[in-house]
Design a protein around this ligand. Structure first.
Ligand code: FUB
Length: 374
C-alpha cells in the first residue's frame, strides 16, 4: 500500500469532522477571525492529503518545535489588508504573530485540538519595523524562548529581529533594534547536539537577497548570470545570548552530485527562500523552497555550514504560489509542517498550515510527498 493511500482515511476523516481549535487567550479581533474561514473555500477538501490545522484564521510558513513536551508552531499570520499591488510581495502584509500548540500524540489525528495562544507580538510593538512580518522561527535556551522574524525597517529594507519570552506561548518582547548585520528574510534556527545554535536565512525576489550581492544593500536587483552559481542562503552561529550573530554570515553552498554549485538558471533545484535544517542519523539536511518552481527541495551535508549536496524533492507543488515548511521529530517520528491555500481557494497570500508524516528511507533519502490525492 502506498504512503499516499495510508493517508486517505486520515484526510477523509478530517474533511468530515473538521479541525478542532480552541482560542485560549486570543484577543477577539474581527468576527471573521473567530470563526471558520472555510466557507470561502473553492478547493474541495477531498483533493488534499491533509486538512488545515486551524480554520479560524489564515496561517502560513509554519515553524514547529517541541518545547516543554508539547508541539509549538510559529507561523506567519496572513491577512487580507486590501493591498492590491503585487510589487515586492506587498500583499503579504502581516501585522502580528500568533503561536499555536498541540499535544505531541495528536499530530496524526485528523481532528486534533490546536490551541491558538493569541497575538504574541504585534508590529506596533517592534520599534524598528515598518511592515511585513514574514516567516518566523523560534528557539529555546536555558528556559528562555526567542522568536526570530523578518520585517521591513523604516527604509523598506528587510532585517531580522529577535523577541524574547519566558514561555514558548509568548507574549514576546522585541529587542529595540534588528540583529546587527542582518538582512533578507525567513530566519530558521537549528540547535546542534553540542548546544550551538545556527541561524539560516535569505530569500530572493521579494526577500531582497539579490540586493546584497556586493555585501551592502543596493536598490537594484542583481541576479547571477544563468551560467553562474545561484544566490546562496546564509548561515551564522548565534551568540551565547541568542540575540546576535556570533560571526559574519557565510554562504550556504548547494552543490549538484558532481560537486559543482547549482547555477542561477537551475530554477528546479536552486534556493529561493524558506530555509530549514534538521539532523537525521548524523547527517545535516538543508531544505528550502525553490520558489517559482514551487518545490520543497533538500540537500545533505556533514556539518551545519555545508556544503550541501542536492538530493531531491520533499514536497511537490501545493495549491498557491508559495511553499514553506519545517521538519520536526516528535517521539521517534518525523513530521513535515507546510502550508497551502486550500481555505482561500488558491489565493497565494491567504494560506493555511498543515502537517503530515515525513518518511526517511533506509538509505537516508526522504520520500517525496504529493499534497494532492490521486
Ligand atoms: O509569508 C511571507 C513569505 O512567503 C515568506 O517569508 C516566504 O517564505 C513565503 O512563504
Amino acid at each position: 500500500m502506498s504512503y499516499r493511500k495510508t493517508l486517505l482515511p486520515l484526510a477523509l476523516g478530517a474533511a468530515l469532522l473538521g479541525t478542532g481549535c480552541s482560542d485560549k487567550n486570543a484577543a477577539p479581533e474581527t468576527p471573521q477571525n473567530t470563526q471558520s474561514l472555510i466557507n470561502s473555500a473553492s478547493a474541495k477538501p477531498e483533493q488534499f492529503i491533509n486538512q488545515p490545522l486551524v480554520t479560524h484564521r489564515y496561517t502560513a510558513d509554519p515553524a514547529a518545535h517541541v518545547f516543554n513536551d508539547r508541539v509549538y508552531i510559529y507561523p506567519s499570520h496572513d491577512i487580507d489588508s486590501g493591498i492590491t499591488s503585487d510589487g515586492e510581495g506587498d500583499k503579504f502584509d502581516m501585522k502580528d504573530y500568533h503561536v499555536f500548540s498541540m499535544a505531541k500524540n495528536s499530530l496524526a489525528q485528523p481532528n486534533a485540538e490546536v490551541t491558538d495562544h493569541g497575538a504574541v507580538l504585534k508590529l506596533e510593538d517592534i520599534p524598528w519595523a515598518s511592515r511585513q512580518l514574514w516567516a518566523p522561527d523560534a528557539a529555546e535556551k536555558n528556559g528562555q524562548f526567542f522568536l526570530y522574524f523578518p520585517a521591513k525597517d523604516k527604509d523598506g529594507i528587510f532585517r531580522l529581529g529577535v523577541a524574547r519570552s519566558n514561555s514558548p506561548s509568548g507574549p514576546f518582547a522585541a529587542e529595540p533594534t534588528p540583529m546587527d548585520g542582518s538582512f533578507s528574510i525567513d530566519p530558521a534556527v537549528f540547535k546542534d547536539d553540542d548546544g550551538s545554535h545556527y541561524l539560516y536565512f535569505g530569500g530572493i525576489w521579494g526577500g531582497q537577497l539579490q540586493r546584497w550581492a556586493s555585501g551592502s544593500y543596493e536598490e537594484e536587483d542583481k541576479y547571477p548570470a544563468s551560467n553562474q552559481p545561484a544566490l546562496s542562503p546564509k548561515v551564522a552561529r548565534l551568540s551565547d545570548d541568542m540575540l546576535q550573530f556570533a560571526e559574519a554570515p557565510r554562504d550556504v553552498q548547494i552543490l549538484d552530485n558532481t560537486g559543482n554549485p547549482l547555477l542561477g538558471s537551475d530554477s528546479n533545484r536552486r534556493f529561493f527562500e524558506g530555509a530549514w535544517l534538521h539532523k537525521y542519523n548524523g547527517k545535516y539536511y538543508f531544505s528550502y523552497s525553490t520558489g517559482d518552481t514551487h518545490y520543497i527541495a533538500y540537500a545533505t551535508g556533514d556539518n551545519p555550514y555545508g556544503p550541501f549536496t542536492h538530493q531531491g524533492i520533499i514536497l511537490m507543488p501545493v495549491l498557491g504560489w508559495t511553499t514553506h515548511h519545517s521538519i520536526v521529530q516528535v517521539d521517534g517520528k518525523w513530521f513535515l509542517f507546510y502550508h497551502d491555500s486550500q481555505i482561500s481557494g488558491g489565493k497565494t497570500y491567504l494560506r493555511n498550515m498543515k502537517v503530515t508524516e515525513l518518511i526517511h528511507n533506509d538509505d537516508g533519502s526522504i520520500r517525496t510527498l504529493d499534497a494532492y490525492l490521486d
